[in-house]
Design a protein around this ligand. Structure first.
Ligand SMILES: [Zn+2]
Length: 688
C-alpha cells in the first residue's frame, strides 16, 4: 500500500538515477522466515518497477555474495551501496526493515545521513522516506524504537505470564535430584529409594557435622556417590552416580525445594543485547536474597527437611562463610605493612598477621601456626621492612614495559596451550561418551529373553560408563590454567599503567592503602619462610607465575648494639677464674661497656658468656643458678646450699670445718667452693 504522500516524494530526478535493492541476508525477519526471503526480495524489485524505475536501472546488491545482480563487483555489498549513494548516482535505496536497521545499526544510520545529503530516497515494504526531511528521519527513528519496544513488551508479557503461574505454584521448572514431577505434575519425592537415601544422607551429615566440606569428606571417605538425573537430551531422566562435590552440597543445602517449599525467583538474569542487535544473551546475575524471592509457598509439596531446618541450615552456612572470610585476604588497611592480608606462612601455609612495634612504622609478619587459640608459641615471625622492599623491587621490575610486553605475549601462548589441552580432553571425553551411548543402545535393543547376550552387553555398557566417569574425574582434577584471558584493550591499559607505575608508587600523594591495592592487582599472595641462611620470599602473581627471592636475615634490634668482639674476648679470659659478678666488676674497672654503652652487671656479664657459648669450668657438676658458679668452676655458698638442699649456714660451717674445699677472698669475703660428684655423694651421706 503506497500512499500518495509517499509517491509524491519520488521526483523525476530520482527515477533517472539507480534504484539499489539491498538484500541483507541476516535480518531477523529472514532468519525467522527464510523461505520467504527470496520472494520478498523480488517483491522489492517489483516495488521499484511499480514506483516507476525502468528495469534497466534497478540493481540488486546481495550482501552475502558481495556482488550485484546486474554486474559483477568484487567489493563488499554494503560498501558499494555507500559509495554509490555518496556519488549521488542512486535515486532510492530499497531494503527490508530499513526502520529497524536505522535504529540499531550505526552503519545504516550513517548511510541515512549520506542519503540526506545526496537526496537519495529510502524505500521499504511499508513506505518511502526522504531522509532529508526532518519528519521522515524522525519516523525512521521512531519506527525503529517501536520495534525495540515491541520486543521488550513481548518479553515482559512472557515473563509476566510466568510469574502469574509461579504465584499459583503451577510453573514447572527443572527439579533438583531427589524430587520429580508425578503424572499429575505434582512435585513428589523421587520414588527411587537409593536416591532418597543419598539426599537424606547429605542433610543428616550436615546436621551432625555442620559444614558442607565435612559432608564431601564423609562421602569421599566412604566412597559414596551422589545421584544426578540427566536433564534434557535423549537420555533425559536417566540416573547417573557421581562423586559428590562441594558446590553440589551447597546447592542441595541452599535449595528450598528440599524443604517442601515452592520457590520462584531465586536467581536473577537479564537479557542483554550484544553489539549485533539480533543477538541476545541471558546473563546470570546470581542469587537473590531470601527475603526478595518473588514467590515462596511453604509446605507446597513433600520435602526432605522442614522449613525450620532449612532456615537453620542457611544460618549455619552463613556463619561458616564469615568464618571462612577471616581466612581470606580481608580489606586493605592503612598501615605500612605492604603484605598485610596477602602474606602466607612458608612453614605451615597459614595466613600471617601483621603487627607494629610500639611507636614504630616497621612491621613484623608473624604466624601463630596451628595454635591460634593457645598463642603460646609463634610458628615464625619476621621483620617486615626488608621483605616489603624486596617485593616492591620485584613488582616494579616486573612492570617494566619491555618485560611486560614479553610476559603478556607469553600469557597468550599459555592460554593457547591451555585451550589445546582442554580441547583434547573434551574430545577424549566425547569419544568415550559416544562409545558408552552406543553400548547403551545395543543393550536396550537386545531381546530381554536373550539373557546371556543382554548380560554381556550390560557389562560392556557399564565398563564404558565407568571409563567416561574416570575420564571426567581425571579432567576435573586436572590443574586448570587459570591465566586470565585478557583482551587486547586490557593489555594496552596495563602497558600504559606500567609506564607510570614507578611514579605513582613513589608519589607522596599515594596512600599506603592505594599501594596495597595496586600490589593486589598483580600479586595473589606472598609466601614467607624464615630459613637458616636467609628469608625466602615467593611472590605468586595473579597469572599464577611465581617469582622466588631470597634476602638476608634482617638484623635484629640488638645486632646493632652487639657487644664488641674485644669485650667478648676479655670475658673469655676472665671466665676461667672469675664469677660473672667478678667479671662485671673487672670490666667496669677497665671502663669497658655493654653494646648500648652501659656498665656491666652480673646479669649482662652472664649474657655475654651465654650468647657466645663461653664454657664454664666444671662441667660434671650441674649448674644450679647461673650466677652461682664462677669461671674456674667454684660455687658460691648459696649455690652449694641450693644444690645440697641445706642451709647456707651449714655450708659455711662445713667450709670453716674444712669438710669442703673452699677458698675465701679476704677475712670476711665469700667462700668459693669446689664440688665434684664424689664430694656431693660424701656430703649427702647421713652424718655419723
Ligand atoms: Zn606458620
Amino acid at each position: 500500500m503506497i500512499s500518495s504522500t509517499s509517491t509524491s516524494k519520488i521526483r523525476p530526478e530520482h527515477l533517472e538515477r539507480l534504484a539499489l535493492i539491498y538484500v541483507r541476508q541476516s535480518t531477523l525477519a529472514q532468519v525467522r522466515d527464510h523461505t520467504a526471503s527470496t520472494a520478498r526480495q523480488y517483491d522489492l524489485r517489483q516495488r521499484a518497477l511499480d514506483l516507476g524505475w525502468p528495469s534497466s536501472r534497478i540493481v540488486v546488491i546481495d550482501e552475502d555474495q558481495g556482488a550485484s545482480g546486474a554486474s559483477a563487483v568484487d567489493r563488499d555489498g554494503f560498501q558499494r551501496l555507500v559509495v554509490e549513494v555518496g556519488l549521488g548516482r542512486v535515486g532510492a535505496v530499497f531494503s527490508l526493515e530499513v526502520s529497524r536497521l536505522a535504529r540499531s545499526c550505526s552503519d545504516w544510520y550513517r548511510l541515512l545521513e549520506i542519503c540526506a545529503l545526496t537526496h537519495t530516497l529510502v524505500v521499504d515494504e511499508e513506505g518511502v522516506y526522504d531522509p532529508a526531511l526532518y519528519n521522515d528521519r524522525l519516523l525512521l527513528g521512531f519506527k525503529g524504537t517501536m520495534s525495540e519496544a515491541e520486543l521488550h513488551w513481548l518479553q515482559v508479557r512472557l515473563h509476566g505470564g510466568k510469574l502469574e503461574r509461579a504465584q499459583e505454584g503451577k510453573l514447572r521448572f527443572h527439579l533438583p535430584t531427589g524430587l520429580v514431577h508425578d503424572a499429575t505434575s505434582q512435585i513428589v519425592l523421587d520414588p527411587d529409594e537409593q536416591v532418597q537415601q543419598a539426599v537424606r544422607l547429605v542433610f543428616e551429615v550436615f546436621d551432625e557435622l555442620g559444614s558442607a566440606r565435612a559432608v564431601v569428606k564423609h562421602f569421599a571417605t566412604h566412597k559414596l556417590l551422589f545421584p544426578t538425573r540427566i536433564y534434557g537430551g535423549e537420555r533425559a531422566g536417566e540416573l547417573t552416580w557421581v562423586r559428590l562435590r562441594h558446590s553440589r552440597v551447597l546447592s542441595v543445602l541452599h535449595n528450598p525445594l528440599y524443604a517442601g517449599a515452592y520457590v520462584y525467583g531465586r536467581r536473577q538474569s537479564r537479557t542483554e543485547t550484544l553489539p549485533d542487535p539480533h543477538l541476545r544473551i541471558r546473563r546470570r546475575l546470581g542469587r537473590v536474597k531470601r527475603e526478595e524471592w518473588l514467590v515462596t509457598i511453604q509446605n507446597a509439596h513433600p520435602g526432605y527437611i522442614t522449613w525450620e531446618q532449612y532456615q537453620r541450615n542457611q544460618q549455619r552456612l552463613d556463619d561458616n562463610r564469615t568464618h571462612d572470610h577471616k581466612e581470606r585476604r580481608g580489606a586493605v588497611r592503612e598501615g605500612t605493612a605492604l603484605l598485610q592480608g596477602i602474606a602466607l606462612c612458608g612453614h605451615c601455609g597459614k595466613r600471617m598477621y601483621t603487627r607494629y612495634k610500639k611507636g614504630s612504622a616497621i612491621p613484623t609478619y608473624y604466624c601463630v601456626g596451628q595454635n591460634r587459640e593457645l598463642v603460646c608459641r609463634l610458628c615464625q615471625s619476621i621483620r617486615g621492612d626488608g621483605i616489603d622492599a624486596a617485593v616492591v623491587g620485584a613488582l616494579l621490575e616486573a612492570m617494566q614495559p619491555a618485560e611486560l610486553a614479553v610476559s603478556l605475549a607469553s600469557l597468550e601462548q599459555i592460554e593457547e596451550r591451555a585451550r589445546q589441552i582442554d580441547q583434547q580432553w573434551q574430545l577424549r571425553i566425547e569419544r568415550a561418551q559416544y562409545e558408552s551411548d552406543l553400548a547403551r543402545r545395543r543393550f536396550y535393543h537386545v531381546d530381554p529373553e536373550n539373557r546371556l547376550v543382554a548380560r554381556s552387553l550390560e557389562r560392556e555398557w557399564n565398563e564404558k560408563l565407568e571409563e567416561v566417569q574416570r575420564l571426567e574425574r581425571e579432567y576435573a582434577d586436572l590443574p586448570r590454567a587459570t591465566a586470565r584471558l585478557s583482551s587486547p584493550e586490557e593489555r594496552q591499559r596495563i602497558l600504559a599503567l606500567a609506564q607510570d607505575l614507578p611514579a605513582i608508587w613513589h608519589a607522596p600523594t599515594t596512600t599506603n592503602a592505594e599501594r596495597k591495592q595496586l600490589l593486589r592487582f598483580l600479586v595473589k599472595d606472598v609466601t614467607l619462610a624464615r630459613k637458616e641462611q636467609a628469608v625466602h620470599i615467593a611472590i605468586r602473581w595473579q597469572t599464577n607465575a611465581v617469582t622466588a627471592l631470597e634476602i638476608p636475615h634482617p638484623k635484629k634490634g640488638y645486632a646493632a648494639q652487639r657487644t664488641t668482639a674485644a669485650v667478648v674476648e676479655r670475658v673469655r679470659e676472665l671466665a676461667l677464674t672469675h664469677s660473672d659478678r667478678q667479671i662485671a666488676e673487672i670490666l667496669n674497672e677497665e671502663e669497658l661497656t655493654t653494646g648500648v654503652g652501659e656498665p656491666f652487671t652480673r646479669l649482662s656479664a652472664y649474657w655475654v658468656r651465654h650468647s657466645n657459648h663461653i664454657p664454664t669450668g666444671c662441667p660434671e657438676v650441674p649448674t644450679a643458678c647461673p650466677g652461682g658458679q664462677r669461671g674456674d668452676g667454684r660455687y658460691s655458698t648459696r649455690a652449694v646450699a641450693e644444690l645440697l638442699n641445706v642451709s647456707r649456714f651449714a655450708v659455711a660451717k662445713w667450709c670453716k670445718a674444712g669438710r669442703l674445699d673452699a677458698i675465701q677472698e679476704g677475712r670476711l669475703g665469700p667462700y668459693w667452693i669446689r664440688l665434684t660428684p664424689e664430694i656431693i655423694a660424701e656430703l649427702r651421706k647421713p652424718a655419723s
